[in-house]
Design a protein around this ligand. Structure first.
Ligand SMILES: [Zn+2]
Length: 258
């Protein structure tokens, strides 16, 4: 379990790197991490998740400028989400991890990163969608619970429905409603999760998006309907819930309908 949390934090700090560099079109691997303010290359002991932040009291060791809080929050959220996902698995909290669990953990991190990047920049980077689609490939061989034609159907529904909505929206309103990133994302997620879960996710997404707009409004931001709302975070959350609780959500939907 400690192993899981530690790895969750480490991957979380990698998400920070990706979050900072992708929208700026910088390489995710090449230069070592440096302070965005003074540019000093950071030593390994400055980059230990959470610990370094606490030891340095949230300031750069070299120039004393405060380190943005969201670095810490992303690391902690990733570790917490990993714990949540692993706790849902029968043997999830015991080491070694199965392929199935590893794939779920990495998928969760990808969704978290999509939500944050889309929230900040209105972009869902293609490498993330490719990464999710890439997880589906070994899954097709290793997981016999989900057959490959079921995966293809999931991708067709996931991408197709959003593409259809985007097409109608463009025809009616003559502007972009749903971005290409959202469509590609749901295509990739469908490939990984299959049609049942992706349809659950798509049913859930509008409600989550509405709830998010509601929360936004309650917090005092004035609602501006002309301003675009990033749909990625709502899609990421609904896909996460559908992937984790498809049975419960399915039963609940049917109970509401009948
Ligand atoms: Zn600095």
């Amino acid at each position: 379990m400690y192993m899981l949390l530690a790895m969750g934090l480490i991957v979380g700090s990698f998400l920070n790197v990706a979050l900072y560099r992708w929208p700026r079109e910088l390489s995710v691997v090449a230069p070592r991490s440096h302070c965005p303010h003074c540019g000093t290359t950071l030593a390994w002991y400055d980059l230990i998740p959470v610990l370094s932040y606490l030891l340095l009291r949230g300031h750069c060791r070299y120039c004393q400028v405060p380190i943005a809080r969201h670095y810490l929050w992303l690391e902690l959220s990733n570790a917490a989400l990993w714990y949540w996902v692993a706790a849902l698995e029968p043997l999830g909290l015991s080491y070694p991890f199965s392929w199935q669990l590893c794939s779920k953990l990495l998928f969760t991190s990808a969704l978290l990163l999509i939500a944050v990047i889309d929230w900040e920049t209105f972009i869902i980077p293609d490498p993330l969608n490719l990464f999710i689609a890439g997880l589906a490939l070994p899954g097709a061989f290793l997981e016999h619970t989900l057959l490959w034609h079921e995966r293809l159907r999931g991708a067709a529904w996931g991408g197709g429905i959003l593409w259809g909505i985007a097409y109608i929206f463009r025809r009616l309103r003559h502007r972009e409603g749903i971005g290409g990133g959202d469509i590609k994302m749901m295509f990739a997620c469908g490939l990984l999760l299959g049609s049942k879960k992706i349809l659950t996710a798509l049913t859930l997404a509008p409600y989550i998006a509405l709830a998010m707009v509601g929360l936004w409004w309650l917090r005092g931001s004035k609602p501006n309907l002309k301003q675009p709302i990033p749909f990625g975070p709502a899609l990421a959350l609904s896909t996460f819930l559908a992937a984790s609780y498809s049975e419960e959500l399915g039963q609940w939907f049917w109970a509401l309908l009948l």
